[in-house]
Design a protein around this ligand. Structure first.
Ligand SMILES: Nc1ncnc2c1ncn2[C@@H]1O[C@H](COP(=O)(O)OP(=O)(O)O)[C@@H](O)[C@H]1O
Ligand SMILES: [Mg+2]
Length: 306
């Protein structure tokens, strides 16, 4: 029998890779882990235009992007080119390169959220250091704190809070670019934000993340507690996912001291291990089924779904 094969792009399969592989296999698909660093674009007119290890004879039926490696500008552009090229060839890419580009770049995320009329903290992105210092001084004078983030960061890495003038001494750019954001004081007791998981325009799960400090990433020790997103929060998470044209997303939302929701981040390659630990639904299966149903029009899938 000719078994349909899909690729999971990752350099570190781990728990998430296993979950996806299992979810695909339960639907009759064989999923192979592939590193984008091992792929090639070839225009000799004979071979396949995209060479993917393990898929030399036939390109995958679909690809699930679990990771895009870092690297030089050329390397990252090349990895994204592979994803763009696959889509041009008609192969479903989940989430696609457009969504990944727009959300991995925090500056573009802020811009697109704001353009879509969605609540997100005031953000400044610039090259000029003096301008950056000036903006922070101004905010501090008005009694506000400022967050400095790496443009391409994740899991809370490299995020700093500027609380006082002396903090300006250590202000560093993200490879020449400053990404500054007004700090939002969360309401309630202690520190927390909410991670809302959206698949195909529907909220499937959400959890409150309670941080040890104001940094509420699970990777920074935040604890997870399942909560139901209310209608307002769910609406914002879905609109944010749509504004960035994502098939699925992990949306970070803070409730400020006035009770208003503010979107902090929209992740196109979110980890879901923490959320899965407090959620009954199989998130990997939901994503895989969404991919197979919507993009591969797998009509027999509904029969195989349990
Ligand atoms: N403007 C902000 N105001 C208050 N807290 C913030 C702000 N930006 C980020 N944080 C806190 O830092 C965490 C990580 O920030 P985020 O922008 O999501 O970056 P990362 O990609 O590293 O997760 C958030 O979940 C939130 O707890
Ligand atoms: Mg985040």
């Amino acid at each position: 029998m000719n078994v349909a094969r899909v690729a999971i792009f990752t350099d570190d399969p781990g728990w998430h890779g296993q979950q996806l592989k299992l979810a695909f296999s339960l639907r009759g698909y064989v999923a192979e882990y592939v590193s984008l660093t091992k792929c090639k674009l070839v225009t000799d007119g004979h071979s396949l235009p995209i060479m993917i290890p393990g898929f030399e004879d036939k390109l995958p039926a679909a690809v699930f992007v679990r990771g895009v490696p870092g690297g030089s500008l050329e390397e990252v552009v090349f990895f994204l080119d592979i994803l763009h090229a696959l889509k041009i060839l008609g192969i479903p890419v989940y989430n696609d390169a457009y969504a990944i580009e727009k959300s991995v770049d925090k500056g573009m995320t802020s811009f697109l959220l704001q353009q879509a009329g969605l609540p997100t903290p005031v953000t400044w992105e610039m090259r000029d250091r003096d301008e950056a210092l000036c903006i922070i001084e101004n905010e501090l004078h008005q009694g506000r704190m400022v967050i400095s983030k790496p443009l391409f960061g994740s899991q809370g890495e490299g995020i700093r809070r500027i609380e006082k003038m002396t903090d300006l001494f250590w202000l560093t750019s993200s490879r020449g670019i400053y990404y500054l954001q007004r700090f939002v004081q969360c309401g309630g007791v202690g520190f927390s934000d909410v991670r809302v998981f959206v698949i195909n325009g529907h909220v499937v799960a959400s959890m409150r993340r309670k941080g040890i400090s104001w940094l509420n990433n699970v990777a920074r020790g935040a604890s997870c507690e399942s909560i139901a997103a209310d209608a307002d929060m769910a609406r914002l998470a879905v609109l944010a996912t749509q504004a960035l044209q994502m098939d699925y997303a992990g949306v970070d939302i803070i409730q400020d001291q006035q009770g208003n929701y503010t979107i902090i981040e929209v992740n196109s390659i979110p980890a879901w291990k923490g959320l899965q630990s407090v959620c009954d639904l199989n998130l990997a299966q939901l994503m895989v089924d969404d991919l197979l149903l919507r993009y591969l029009s797998d009509a027999s899938l509904s029969e195989r779904m349990t």
